[in-house]
Design a protein around this ligand. Structure first.
Ligand code: FES
Ligand code: FES
Length: 181
């Protein structure tokens, strides 16, 4: 199999160029080449969204991307965030503080086996990022959560607690909810 060189920024650190098999998925690159195993393989066919990571767009916006169905070559030169990059860490890599979304998931006991959790964390983080740019009216909070998380599958059926935790973050973070339409 032919090799291709891949370079990107992952969780704030420059990686590569790494020579990878040309058909390597982004998920396999993260797990096998970078040892970032927090991103999980669920269905492997783009349905469950357990493998969702974040890619920074040209405008700095965070886009949720399913890493199981995308070739790593597509992200050459991109800036990618996985669940390992959500918490604040010190120079030794030790966690100093979980992100607001992670803290809310813990407070609400949102996950059970945890297999889907990294995908939910990243999708919710992208939603919060989007609401900083485009605040939503109070009456539409449920709707935007549904749009952001509604296609994520949790086989332990933790949806209510995931949704509750994200609503908590949205409603407690200044600037995400507009006074009125
Ligand atoms: S593992 Fe990627 S969408 Fe299911
Ligand atoms: S917590 Fe088990 S699949 Fe969601």
């Amino acid at each position: 199999m032919a090799k291709i060189p891949v370079s990107m920024v992952v969780n704030g650190e420059r990686v590569g160029p790494v020579q990878v098999d040309e058909y390597t998925t982004l998920l396999d690159f993260l797990q096998e080449y970078l040892n970032l195993t927090g991103t999980k393989l669920g269905c492997g066919i783009g349905v469950c969204r357990a493998c969702t990571i974040l890619v920074e767009g040209n405008d700095g916006a965070l886009e949720p991307v399913r890493s199981c169905i995308n070739n790593v070559g597509r992200f050459n030169g991109s800036s990618v965030t996985t669940v390992e990059g959500q918490a604040q860490r010190n120079s030794n890599g030790e966690v100093l503080a979980l992100s607001p979304v992670q803290q809310a998931f813990l407070r609400n006991f949102s996950f059970q086996c945890g297999w889907c959790t990294a995908g939910f964390v990243n999708a919710a983080t992208a939603l919060i990022d989007d609401l900083r740019r485009r605040p939503v009216s109070a009456g539409k909070v449920e709707q935007v959560i549904e749009e952001a998380l509604g296609e994520h599958i949790c086989r332990c059926t933790g949806y209510v607690r995931y949704f509750r935790a994200v609503r908590e973050v949205i409603e407690s973070t200044p600037g995400l909810v507009k006074e009125a339409d």
